[in-house]
Design a protein around this ligand. Sequence first.
Ligand code: KET
Length: 456
Amino acid sequence: MASSMLSLASTSPSSSLSLSDNWKVKTKIGGFGNAFVKTKSFGRTTMAVALNVSRFEGITMAPPDPILGVSEAFRADTNDLKLNLGVGAYRTEELQPYVLNVVKKAENLMLERGENKEYLPIEGLAAFNNVTAQLLFGADNPVIQQGKVATVQGLSGTGSLRLAAALIERYFPGAKVLISSPTWGNHKNIFNDARVPWSEYRYYDPKTVGLDFNGMIDDIKAAPEGSFILLHGCAHNPTGIDPTLEQWEKIADVIQEKNHIPFFDVAYQGFASGSLDEDAASVRLFAARGMELLVAQSYSKNLGLYAERIGAINVVCSSSDAAARVKSQLKRIARPMYSNPPVHGARIVANIVGDPALFKEWKDEMELMAGRIKGVRQKLFNSLSAKDKSGKDWSFILKQIGMFSFTGLNKSQSDNMTNKWHVYMTKDGRISLAGLSLAKCEYLADAIIDSYHNVS
Ligand code: KET
């Protein structure tokens, strides 16, 4: 791993210092033992100039985040009609954030028990790690029974993906990750920052507004042997299109043939079908074949724990011995990155999944949330079909699943949605139906029809 260090030859200027002294910035860049030192001189700098010129002058303004930046723009809009369909975050019919009742109950339990705030172990809360793997694979899955899963609590889905990316970079140098086209925008950032090379496989076919299954299979086949294939476990973001179980079997076939390693991102377990078990079917199908695989999990959406940053990385290995070694290395990656994870969300999940009564309540609430989204999906389709006299077929909206709808609106049309209609969404044409209410469906349909037909 390359490391870089910035050190200043002289510390901050004091008035008694001769400012004709050269200010020197030494940058030491070391990597694999061949460190070298670059010295840059700023010449005869006067104090006034030295104080006015920022050492951060070379840092340019970063663009806003394509998803979380939308929420920032939404907050700045003062129009009453505004609607935030950018980030995938569940809202009530009143468009208010929702804390699940079962989460409140778990938190009350924690208060009653007077839990402490000691550091967690690097790998996280043991009770959480146990239940999170069980939720994913099923408690009686042989991979769990035989201790073949290395589970480490992560900073939600993103942090868990990032840990896995660091593991890939360290132990599979040069290995490529294949990501779907399109995918959740942050996947590219995660692998870029971890210095893991990636390329895309075909996934979405705009002509059929469905899965480009043959393209997907061909691209996975064509990838260098031993690549990591990133798959959305369910409720693909942003398209809302998932392979069927039959198609998953075929995807598993080619991955096995090519000796690739499946890498699942499961951020929406429960949001595709409403059932936590059904939504884990893809992952379980791969595990049942005895394949080694990685799974990043998130509780942001299905338990509404967005800000608690609770998730996990699970690595299924062919032996318990390999799992123990992988876990030790994941801990080694986590320790200098953030030391150990936060406890609050981990306790919430452990309390809910570990308690049959609370678990049942969660499943019911999960179904309710998924049901509300299905309701607005249907109403949006009805409104579009009733209002749009052009004969356009909007039924693709009903075929998509999960929190999102991939509308097919292009960037200028999406800009029109925001600039004219105050509907905030990502520029790839994705709208979060979790942020939509039945009451706003007609308004949204007007905005979509106007943008679709009147903006090119
Ligand atoms: N994977 C996918 C596919 C995903 O959509 C998200 C979040 C995550 C992982 C990570 O979520 P976390 O909160 O780190 O567990 N997606 C929504 C929010 C975001 O962009 O951060 C979104 O697409 O709106």
